[in-house]
Ligand binder design. Sequence first.
Ligand code: 3Y8
Ligand code: NAP
Length: 248
Amino acid sequence: MTRALILGGTADASLLAAEIARADIDAVYSYGGRTRAPADQPLPTRIGGFGGVSGLADYIRSEGITHVIDATHPFAAEMSRNAVAACAETGTPLIALERTPWTRATGDNWIEVRDVGAAVAALPETPARVFLAIGRQHIAPFATRPQHVYTLRFVDPHETSLPFAADVIVSRGPFTLDAEIEMMRTRGIAWIVARNSGGDGARAKIDAARVIGLPVVMISRPNLPERPRVESVADVMQWLGHRTRLGA
Ligand code: 3Y8
Ligand code: NAP
């Protein structure tokens, strides 16, 4: 009897949850607990860490999980690594629902960097208005470049104080091209720092940068351990042994 665990927290994971609920498959949706009011799901939902690899392995055993789908964000590297280890330890089938990275299109002006530290170093010495679209967990290193005027975007209003003065936009996305162009023009943004999340939910800022002609410091994805990967909800449903109304 199938009992699936969806490691969620992304738009794709929400689409998968809807399909799994429609197919009436027994499943649990899991959030990491990063935001105050995560979107509701049509499945029983748990929120918060499992307690490392051993915590996840214990959860899989105690909950009788038969399949794990890692539908977390490409930058949620620790969760993905833990899922590989816990599924190996418990002999549980694992698949990743992973969207392809964005690729540079004609007219894109990207400076591709490996990590946040390299993104800080890629900014100009002369003061600029910089949009940091990388969430709250990774902005601290930019405090070493106080000459810039930063605009940050968070899902939730920030409770803790910021590591540097900045304008804050509170919005959970997905975002639209027109709204991103308007925001960048109104705020006189000259540089954008983004992570190569892929998918559509965060793509608008990349397209807006191309339309306006702004440079994007693009942080590449972390390396993840090998595990079976698919790019569509239909592929996950087939892996679970269910045909979907989406066909395929
Ligand atoms: C808690 C679930 C949906 C989900 C929406 C997608 C699209 C918008 C793009 C920008 C970039 C960023 C950030 C972002 C995107 C979608 C999707 C996606 C980027 C929610 C969500 C959770 C989170 C956690 C949050 C992180 C932060 C990252 C903001 C829900 C809304 C910057 C990633 O304040 C914090 O601590 C936020 C933390 C992890 C990255 C970071 O390191 O700060 N996402 N985002 C998930 C959980 O608890 O398990 O609250 O409903 C999900 C979404 N985030 O259904 O439409 O699917 O990619 N999320 C990045 O760099 O791309 C925003 O601003 O342009
Ligand atoms: P991370 O750094 O890879 O994970 C750190 C720890 O958070 C994990 O070891 C695990 O704790 C817990 N965790 C993460 N995702 C979880 C989940 N879905 N269910 C239960 N526990 C989870 O993760 P992150 O980058 O902070 O991302 C956290 C969540 O936000 C994920 O759901 C991810 O899909 C979502 N998200 C992240 C980004 C991003 O840019 N990183 C963007 C959009 C959405 P334990 O070790 O205790 O089990």
